[in-house]
Design a protein around this ligand. Structure first.
Ligand code: BGC
Length: 485
């Protein structure tokens, strides 16, 4: 049964990536059909992350009263409707509205799917399952690029294809029950026991089921942290790291490339649309492969070293493109291609996965929910900012100017990592929490403790109450009590 849960979560991740990546292939044919000034292009593109911002808040509001299953069903319906509205749209305005719905669905799914996994996966598999979700996002982007390449000028077909995984999600979720934890929170203990037994493949009378239900109930009682406590002395250093990493992830310009890759290639001297789209597919593949590399490295070489490699690689590659474009180099095509490949590789190996991994590790247990909520909102807010401003900045400053800004952000990322980011690999979540509570400098984490060699923090079992972490995100991001039922 847990594999069904993993599949459903993976489909949600695929949809996330697919709807992010789809605009890349659609922009050229849309430009051929409509007259789209830069501001309108920015708005149409940014309507997805903008909708996602609203979706995150909506999920925060509704995850408690409606439950995770109904929200995921709602997201699936929104995915299908948004795709179909875009497919039959008579104007850019209607496409933007359709994309706003898609964004809303992404925001909900991006919050509820990991939440569903966290609440149902056995502790030992939780990290791996969350990683599958991230990998699915990159596969979704890659899939959208491939279909964009194959669809050519048929942008209506391209948009319509997004309805297919939406239907898969609808069918998959319809088969699932709600999570045992949500059922416990609603006082539906008997149903919770049945749901858990089904997911674990055990009988309802099994003592393991009773034990886990007892742990869930105790953890739910313990969950007292609220949004306000995040700025207190214990959680503040974690908040700075959690929000800071997402701010830097987004301002490194990743979604200028993910959403506008063919446009970037056009400015880099690739004049043929087919070549631009093919190069875009290549970038999507690099993104997937390097995410797999990241999954293999993340617990071996440590978070800080990976971040240094990622920020340095991204700063150098973006700087190279800015230099080549700014000096009008006659090698612009090849330098930009190399620069973009290195940039995506540096992003995927570190700047992509690490903010997600660290956000799930660094907050004290009772504040993990609001902390992850704040980090997610930072992610979407700066995603909107970059996607909205990219066409305008490109118009005003050219490729060299925009990429020079993103490169400068990555240099700032190196300083941020050196000054603020602690090393969490090899430490248990309890050790991280004890360090924060002792009021020691967060950055020094791990330096005073034996790093416990191979303890695999990401994949290691989270303490029972961590099962609730994203739940609390959903329920407490809007303030204390929102999630209590
Ligand atoms: C980011 C997304 C981005 C994706 C690219 C994620 O970690 O949050 O904004 O589009 O990586 O793979």
């Amino acid at each position: 049964m847990i594999y069904v849960v993993a599949c459903v979560a993976a489909i949600a991740g695929l949809l996330f990536g697919y709807d992010e990546g789809i605009i890349a292939g659609a922009l050229a044919p849309l430009h051929a059909r409509f007259d789209i000034p830069p501001l309108q292009e920015g708005l149409m593109t940014a309507s997805v992350p903008l909708g996602a911002l609203a979706g995150t808040l909506t999920a925060g509001w509704l995850a408690a009263p409606l439950g995770r299953r109904k929200l995921l069903l709602g997201a699936a319906v929104l995915f299908i409707s948004g795709a179909l509205i875009c497919a039959i749209a008579p104007s850019i305005l209607v496409i933007s509205l359709g994309r706003l719905l898609l964004g809303l669905a992404i925001g909900i799914a991006a919050m509820v799917a990991p939440l569903y996994i966290a609440e149902t996966a056995p502790a030992a598999q939780r990290g791996m399952l969350v990683s599958i979700y991230q990998l699915a996002i990159t596969l979704g982007i890659f899939g959208a690029y491939l279909v964009g390449f194959a669809a050519g000028d048929s942008w209506r077909v391209l948009f319509a294809t997004a309805a297919v995984p939406g239907i898969m999600l609808l069918v998959g979720v319809a088969r699932l029950s709600d999570t045992p934890r949500w059922l416990v929170l609603r006082g539906r203990g008997e149903e919770a026991r049945k749901a858990l037994a089904r997911i674990r493949g055990l009988s309802t009378g099994d003592s393991a089921v009773a034990k886990e239900i007892a742990a869930i109930t105790a953890a739910a009682r313990d969950e007292t942290g609220s949004w306000k406590n995040l700025t207190g002395p214990v959680a503040r250093p974690a908040l700075v790291v959690g929000m800071g990493l997402f701010l830097l992830q987004q301002l490194s310009g990743i979604n200028a490339v993910i959403y506008f890759a063919p446009t970037v290639f056009e400015h880099a001297g690739f004049s043929e649309t087919g070549v631009q789209l093919l190069a875009t597919v290549g970038l999507g593949a690099v993104n997937v492969v390097m995410t797999l590399v990241a999954m293999a490295l993340i617990d071996r070489i440590g978070r800080r070293l990976l971040l240094f490699i990622g920020f340095a690689g991204a700063a150098l590659s973006l700087g190279l493109i800015a230099f080549a474009a700014g000096t009008g180099s006659d090698q612009l095509q090849i330098l930009s291609l190399v620069g973009l490949v290195v940039y995506i590789a540096a992003f995927a190996v570190a700047l992509g996965p690490l903010p997600w991994v660290m956000m799930s590790e660094i907050f004290p247990l009772h504040l993990r929910g609001p902390g992850m909520g704040a980090a997610s909102l930072t992610n979407w807010t700066f995603n909107v900012l970059v996607v909205l401003t990219f066409p305008l900045l490109l118009d005003r400053l050219g490729l060299a100017g925009v990429f020079a800004i993103y490169a400068a952000v990555c240099v700032a990322g190196l300083f941020f990592t050196a000054r603020w980011v602690p090393e969490t690999s090899g430490l248990t979540l309890e050790e991280i929490e004890a360090h924060l509570k002792a009021g020691k400098p967060f950055r020094r984490l791990g330096e005073t403790q034996a790093s416990g060699a191979a303890a695999d923090v990401n994949i290691a079992p989270l303490p029972p109450a961590a099962v609730s972490s994203p739940v609390a995100t959903a329920e407490s991001v809007l303030g204390p009590g929102v999630g209590r039922s």
